[in-house]
Ligand binder design. Structure first.
Ligand code: ATP
Ligand code: ZN
Length: 214
């Protein structure tokens, strides 16, 4: 693999995509963003952009198939891949929260003892419960988590919240925030000297853009 270019993995389509592309463009990196392309070359910087599902990005960066990635910190932390978080990007802010049925009285985290909680974030939830001394059953599902309590699949949910409207419309109330997230830039641990230098140039540009905005 070419050790003189940086491969940057970003989400193909979703909540991170637009701001990830914007950030790369604001750094002065130009590329042909042809619709449907999965890989594109930058025209004025030694970089390639890969368009992937966000969940796959930490693994690609750990393996060194991509050298840099932009993902939600929630996804990076849940993946527990061995990568470096090199910068916090300030967009796609959200939180990972626990919700219970609105009519349930809730006094505190100890009320979750012995309960079942549906989530797509078993690792982050497990850590949170453990650090609070609570034993609960973690029910891992891959989507539509909010429906679980109303259909009797679980007593509670642990899911990503930004405004809280999805919880509300499923008859739930937010009772604990377990993780606060934003988009982060992650990097592979095995960069060549040239790649490290390119990363430093990129970080310098990103920081300049962020300073100019504040
Ligand atoms: P993919 O198809 O790439 O797997 P996805 O459906 O898993 O996409 P998105 O819904 O696009 O992911 O969310 C990407 C990231 O955006 C989340 O991991 C999270 O960090 C952030 N985010 C911000 N607000 C929200 C929200 N309201 N709901 C979900 N994710 C949010
Ligand atoms: Zn995803």
């Amino acid at each position: 693999m070419n050790k003189n270019i940086l491969r940057i993995a970003i989400q193909k389509s979703g909540r991170l995509s637009e701001d990830s592309l914007k950030l790369i463009k604001e750094c002065g990196i130009r590329f042909d963003n042809g619709a449907g392309k999965l890989k594109t070359d930058a025209t004025n910087f030694p970089a390639e952009i890969l368009f992937l599902r966000d969940d796959d990005i930490p693994g690609y960066v750990e393996d060194g198939v991509a050298h840099l990635g932009i993902v939600g910190e929630n996804v990076s932390e849940e993946s527990s891949k061995n990568v470096d978080t090199v910068h916090r990007l300030g967009f796609s802010k959200c939180r990972l929260s626990i919700g219970v049925l609105r009519e349930h009285e809730y006094a505190g985290v100890q009320d979750l003892e012995g309960k079942s909680i549906a989530t797509t974030y078993p690792r982050l939830l497990g850590k949170y419960l453990e650090s609070n001394g609570v034993t609960a059953q973690i029910h891992e599902i891959s989507g539509s988590v909010e429906i679980a309590p109303s259909i009797g699949l679980a007593d509670a949910v642990c899911d990503i919240v930004s405004s809280g409207s999805t919880l509300l419309s499923n008859g739930l109330k937010e009772v604990e925030t377990i993780f606060k997230s934003e988009a982060v830039m992650i990097a592979s641990k095995n960069l060549s000297d040239v790649q490290q230098d390119l990363l430093d140039q990129l970080l310098f540009r990103i920081k300049s853009v962020q300073v100019a905005k504040n």
